[in-house]
Design a protein around this ligand. Structure first.
Ligand SMILES: [Zn+2]
Ligand SMILES: [Zn+2]
Length: 269
């Protein structure tokens, strides 16, 4: 029995889903609850699109809908997926402070003003160099901004890598920098997010890969959160059936749901 703690609705620049449709899908799939984590990416490069968020409207209407649609068996929480960049740390802090969110995901979507979703990120040099820089940027982001609860989709950029061998080998060639990232989130007492959207983007593992989840556990990591990163009702809770075996093989028996920014633990199956 799962919660899905990462999803987007039409408050996000890249989703057309009505919040009520996400809720009804989650209820129909038998989930225990959900957290809306719509995108706010401050200073997102304008040439790519629009990832700003009307925070007042978002929090007030999602929170009202959550109160109206939550039942004894199904809880709706309100969070944010905050897109991090080193130079916007203060602005991210102001966003997080504005409303009493349940859950903040800290994600890296932009690397040196480029988005790995688009080709120009991959055209700067070798794929390996671009991915080395991607991980280094995550470490810079979580040194600059620490008021998040879970580190979103750690090896996300690999979803868009061009070479299959590179796309599915997200750990070994980058072992030291990943150790530094995992050690930092453990030191900060943050969670590592397990994001199943990677499986819908041609990867063989969730983000991050099982070996990274295992390494996080070996280094002393205790908190994981789970999300399908759905942008449509059909994708709510997608591929969660693989998680109990995968996560127990990595050493985890519980996952965390953040309520009022505090982790509450649930058993993994
Ligand atoms: Zn994201
Ligand atoms: Zn997302």
């Amino acid at each position: 029995m799962f919660w899905d703690n990462h999803m987007h609705s039409n408050f996000s620049g890249d989703s057309d889903a009505a919040p009520i449709d996400m809720i009804n899908s989650a209820k129909a799939k038998g989930l225990l609850g959900i957290t809306f984590t719509d995108h706010i990416d401050i200073d997102y490069p304008k040439e790519y699109g629009f990832f700003d968020l009307d925070l007042d409207n978002y929090y007030i209407s999602q929170h009202a809908l959550a109160l109206e649609q939550s039942t004894e068996d199904f809880t709706i929480l309100t969070g944010l997926e905050v897109g991090l960049q080193p130079h916007i740390a203060k602005k991210c802090q102001a966003v997080v402070n504005q409303f009493p969110y349940d859950f903040i995901i800290g994600s890296t979507h932009i690397v040196d003003r480029l988005d790995p979703y688009f080709d120009d990120f991959w055209q700067q040099g070798s794929e390996k160099d671009a991915l080395d820089r991607y991980y280094a940027c995550i470490l810079e982001n979580i040194n600059a901004f620490t008021d998040f609860d879970s580190l979103g989709h750690l090896d996300y950029a690999f979803r868009y890598a061009k070479t299959p061998d590179i796309k599915n080998n997200t750990h070994t060639p980058y072992f030291d920098i990943i150790d530094a990232i995992l050690s930092q989130i453990i030191k900060l007492d943050k969670a590592l997010e397990i994001n199943t959207a990677a499986l819908r983007k041609g990867m063989k593992n969730p983000n991050p890969a099982a070996s990274i989840i295992k390494r996080y556990h070996e280094l002393g990591g205790k908190l994981i959160t789970i999300g399908a990163d759905a942008h449509t009702p059909e994708d709510v809770g997608a591929d969660f059936n693989i998680l109990p075996d995968l996560l127990s093989s990595c050493g985890f028996t519980e996952y965390a749901v953040y309520k009022k920014r505090k982790p509450v633990l649930y058993p993994l199956g």
